[in-house]
Design a protein around this ligand. Structure first.
Ligand SMILES: [Fe+2]
Length: 326
């Protein structure tokens, strides 16, 4: 199935992915992981929620941790360019027959939540409280020195359908994996902000959140994080990598937080702003697709993910199997 032509003139402009709220079962344990180990900065703590940002972000938060009984993900949040666009976004979702609810969010202006056609909870807003820059306060850098949130990756029960919908929203495909037998999409990477992706989809029981990624300055920061995790009780939380992806060319590491939410540490992908940027196609059976150096991912990476709050995932419709580590 061919990927859709890019929609270069959507009726509103999504600037980029913005933030996510994760429910965690022990906020102190999560704080030790995200703040003391990864190095995210605390920007607020109220009503049982911990608000965090990375070093070069001016937005108040990119990650919200909330303590609860079950480790789930709330809405994936995206920033819209202006208030008029936010109203156009509301119209877009209502015209599709999808639910729209305006809600109050601390530190944010007008915000609505909705769902994509598979049920992924989405949040859109334009204004968030802005904080002073800290990217040159080097005494604050800690852990893996996270600079900014980079992307979400979700399991999708039908990647063809996910790509069609997000294309309408103005997301453009940069790379994709096709099953050479059925000719259906097995995975796709789609961007708004000019990197390889803001949002990616992987075939599987879904929708579920596969991972949230943070951009770091260099691969050496990833090596430092591995040394830190290996000697502070987190060796079992290292899942995959370090390595270089074939897709995106980025240097990567996947780790699991204390509730098994998956976090990718990521750097050095490439610029994709040209409107005529050609997507790169990968074969699902290409051993350099996942990792340029050839090492396949473990089975957990293909099968485990975070449930979205209140969403029952469905089996994927495509049975094609990736290469899995023995
Ligand atoms: Fe990723």
């Amino acid at each position: 199935m061919p990927i859709p032509a890019p929609n270069l003139y959507p009726s509103f402009n999504i600037v980029r992915l913005s933030h996510v709220e994760l429910t965690v079962t022990d906020l102190a344990a999560s704080r030790a992981f995200y703040v003391d180990t990864l190095g995210l900065q605390v920007t607020g703590e109220e009503d049982g929620r911990l608000y965090l940002r990375a070093m070069e972000e001016r937005n108040h938060h990119c990650l919200v941790l909330r303590e609860g009984d079950k480790a789930v993900a709330d809405a994936l949040a995206f920033k819209v360019y202006d208030e008029q666009g936010l109203d156009m976004a509301e119209k877009f979702f209502k015209d599709k027959g999808l639910p729209v609810e305006w809600i109050e969010r601390p530190f944010q202006g007008r915000t609505f939540v909705t769902r994509d056609p598979h049920g992924i909870p989405l949040e859109f807003y334009t204004r968030m409280d802005r904080l002073p820059p800290i990217h040159q306060q080097y005494k604050l850098y800690n852990g893996v020195k996270p600079l900014r949130i980079d992307h979400f990756n979700c399991f999708s029960p039908n990647v063809d359908e996910s790509v069609a919908f997000y294309s309408e929203l103005g997301f453009r495909v940069t790379e994709y994996t096709e099953d050479e037998v059925s000719k259906h999409l097995w995975a796709a990477w789609m961007h708004r902000k000019g990197g390889v992706h803001d949002m990616a989809f992987t075939n599987g029981l879904g929708p579920r959140l596969h991972h949230v990624a943070f951009w770091v300055p260099t691969p050496l920061n990833i090596v430092d994080l591995l040394d830190l995790m290996a000697t502070t009780g987190y060796v079992g939380n290292i899942e995959r990598g370090p390595g270089r992806h074939g897709i995106s060319n980025a240097f990567f590491l996947y780790v699991r937080d204390p509730d098994l939410h998956r976090i990718e540490i990521y750097c050095s992908d490439y610029l994709t702003v040209d409107p005529d940027h050609e997507p790169i196609k990968w074969d699902l059976k290409d051993p350099q697709r996942q990792t340029l150096w050839g090492a396949p991912a473990p089975r957990s990476w293909f099968e485990e993910g975070t449930l979205f709050k209140g969403v029952e995932p469905q089996e994927s419709q495509l049975a094609a199997q990736p290469i899995v580590a023995p």
